[in-house]
Design a protein around this ligand. Structure first.
Ligand code: 6PG
Length: 259
């Protein structure tokens, strides 16, 4: 694993998707163990997309599986498609199939978005309420308005979106709500998504991203001061963003870093 430090991010570059997933899984274990030691539980907002299942599979391998305090983890989702709960497109459903059922996660530790396929606005409102209630009952809130996840796990699309914060959409400029419904023109569909203020308030933020189709945006997002992509609005209040990528996604980043 090659590690490159930039002023806003630390990028771990695996030779392939497997090494990327290994690094991300090890980081997940480290943050989870640390959170449980310090606060008795680990709160994580999982991500959608094709990368998370690679990391889930690595977490389920015995050497890491036995280190994870599974019963002390509370699972949320950072964004959701407005499809039925049992749809293969549903991000939390993917997490259930690929991880949560395999580790027999306790039902009370699962916090999916509800009603997203019926009323996106109401689903977003209710999710924000549920998150606030959860954190208020699990120790002091970091401050009186914004709950603080131990880890928010994100992916990045080839257009530089993260969560469901797509270029040119209304949610990009939301500054007071934590969770919003967001109409995505190019999909002609609503999504539910965490907002940037909420994401940036997390104790730690991890991106997992692979594939050559991400290379150009990744390099610009990490090295350029010109803000062109939604992902560049992820600027944590605490520490740096941590990326786990494969060499294909880092192709252009290497070219820039060599200059
Ligand atoms: C979604 C995701 C989305 C995803 C990116 C990257 O609902 O689709 O949350 O933001 O993380 O599109 O996806 P990959 O993991 O496939 O690169």
């Amino acid at each position: 694993m090659d590690i490159r430090d930039f002023n806003k991010a630390t990028v771990h570059i695996g030779k392939d998707k497997q090494e990327m997933a290994d690094g991300a899984a090890r980081h997940f274990v480290k943050v989870a163990v640390d959170a449980v030691e310090k606060r008795g539980f680990f709160s994580v907002a999982l991500s959608g997309g094709s990368s998370p299942p690679l990391v889930y599979a690595r977490l389920l391998e015995e050497d890491l599986r036995k280190q994870v305090p599974w019963d002390k983890i509370h699972y949320f989702i950072g964004d959701e498609r407005c499809v039925p709960d049992d749809s293969p497109e549903n991000n939390f459903n993917v997490a259930r199939q690929q991880l949560l059922t395999k580790i027999n996660a306790r039902p009370e530790n699962l916090h999916p978005i509800v009603g997203q396929d019926k009323d996106p606005a109401e689903a977003a409102r209710r999710y924000e309420e549920e998150i606030k209630k959860f954190f208020a009952s699990h120790g002091p809130m970091a401050d009186d308005t914004i709950p603080q996840f131990d880890l928010i796990w994100l992916g990045m699309g080839p257009d530089g979106h993260c969560a469901s914060l797509f270029p040119g959409t209304k949610a990009l400029t939301e500054v007071s709500r934590l969770v919003v419904e967001n109409f995505v023109e190019k999909m002609d569909a609503f999504r539910i998504t965490f907002t940037f203020p909420f994401i940036n308030h997390a104790r730690s933020i991890m991106f997992v991203s692979n594939g050559e189709d991400k290379a150009a945006v990744l390099s610009e997002a990490i090295t350029s001061n010109v803000v062109k992509y939604p992902v560049q609005h992820v600027v944590p209040e605490h520490g740096k963003v941590i990326w786990y990528v494969d060499a294909a996604a880092a192709k252009d980043l290497y070219a820039v870093a060599k200059k």
